[in-house]
Design a protein around this ligand. Structure first.
Ligand code: G3I
Length: 323
């Protein structure tokens, strides 16, 4: 029966969504759909540096704690996102004047305060997010500028010290663009592992588009799994309108193409060893709360639920991927 089906019941690995905490608080349809469909949650924004740590000696935990309490009350896993990123930094960090040692202390203090606060409740973290460029070079972020690229390994060590049980991920997008970026990402991750850095997994964001080839999507997952680390498809959405056509409307045909892409990705993920399947997390819950239409200022329908909280063809595509 259709009402007995849910992603969390019917899929053989954890299924998650990025959660907008204000919608979770205010919108019952949103909240009920999250309770029903998912068994893992990631904060869309509430655990980012600027949200948690807006000035040097101030931490604001309320939204993130609300999400964690919701998860505990409803039996959901919480994946933490993200301890270190070049975006969503507060002005005090962007303007921080300090020696190398002071920057190192800033990095360490932030990571250990946040991981320590959620210890035992947040089971896994995106420790470092998006440190690699599309051409395979390292991104020249404020962190690299102040501390050099070796800060990445230390970020993992700091997180591990604060919660030795937490699973630690390197998270990035573009694994499916082709071999250049993903080889650089995998080399970074394997390099950390070989140095004895506590890294448990790879987050493949998978912000992708309906025109991406099945070969690229499958290679993204298979090559990450070949490292032997856990693999989290951490932020999936599949754009139907990557060319920003303002007059586009959603059609049955587009929905079927999208369903086929979701199925391809889920099939490839289902084929990796069970012990490496951390789960699949979609970035946002429905087409109404997706970051894509507002960020790119275009109509788009990237998720398995429509703006009326109803299942789309893509939902069936996900279920079909494990048949
Ligand atoms: O909350 C403020 C509001 O007070 C202010 O008036 C408004 C004006 O710009 O901004 C609001 O903050 C925005 C925030 O989302 C909450 O809506 C930020 O500007 C905006 O930059 C932020 O965007 C988020 C983005 O990451 C940057 O942090 C998106 O919601 C979020 O979906 C997106 O998520 C990222 C992942 O973390 C990493 N991978 C890519 C993914 C998509 O870009």
């Amino acid at each position: 029966k259709i009402e007995e089906i849910s992603l969390q019941k019917n899929m053989p690995f954890p299924m998650g969504a990025a959660i907008n905490v204000s919608l979770l608080k205010s919108n019952a349809n949103y909240r009920n759909l999250v309770i029903k469909e998912f068994n893992s949650v990631t904060a869309e924004n509430a655990m980012k540096f600027a949200s948690l740590h807006p000035s040097k000696d101030t931490y604001i935990w309320s939204d993130a704690d609300y999400l964690v309490d919701f998860a505990v009350a409803n039996g959901k896993r919480v994946h933490g996102h993200t301890l270190n990123w070049y975006q969503s930094l507060p002005d005090w960090v962007k303007n921080f004047q300090g020696t190398t040692a002071e920057w190192e202390n800033l990095l360490k203090t932030h990571i250990q305060t946040v991981v320590g606060h959620f210890k035992g409740k947040v089971v896994s973290w995106d420790v470092v997010n998006e440190a690699v460029n599309e051409d395979g070079t390292m991104r020249n972020s404020i962190w690299v500028e102040k501390l050099g690229v070796d800060y990445i390994g230390r970020a993992f060590q700091y997180a591990h010290e604060a919660d030795p049980n937490a699973l630690l991920f390197y998270n990035d997008y573009g694994h499916e663009f082709g071999p250049t970026k993903r080889t650089a990402i995998l080399n970074l991750v394997i390099g950390l592992k070989n140095k004895g850095i506590p890294i448990d997994g790879i987050g493949i964001q998978m912000h992708t588009r309906v025109t991406q080839t099945d070969a690229n999507l499958t290679a993204a997952i298979a090559t990450a799994a070949a490292t032997g680390l856990k693999v989290h498809i951490s932020e999936i959405d599949i754009s139907l309108n990557p060319d920003n056509v303002q007059s586009m409307t959603y059609t049955t045909a587009l929905g079927e193409q999208q369903a086929a892409k979701y199925k391809t990705i889920v099939q490839a993920y289902n084929a990796i060893p069970k012990s490496q399947q951390f789960g699949i997390t979609q970035w946002n819950v429905t087409d109404a709360d997706s970051w894509i239409p507002s960020n790119y200022k275009r109509p788009d329908w990237p998720l398995p639920f429509d703006a009326q909280y109803q299942r789309k063809a893509a939902y069936q595509g996900i279920l079909d991927g494990v048949k």
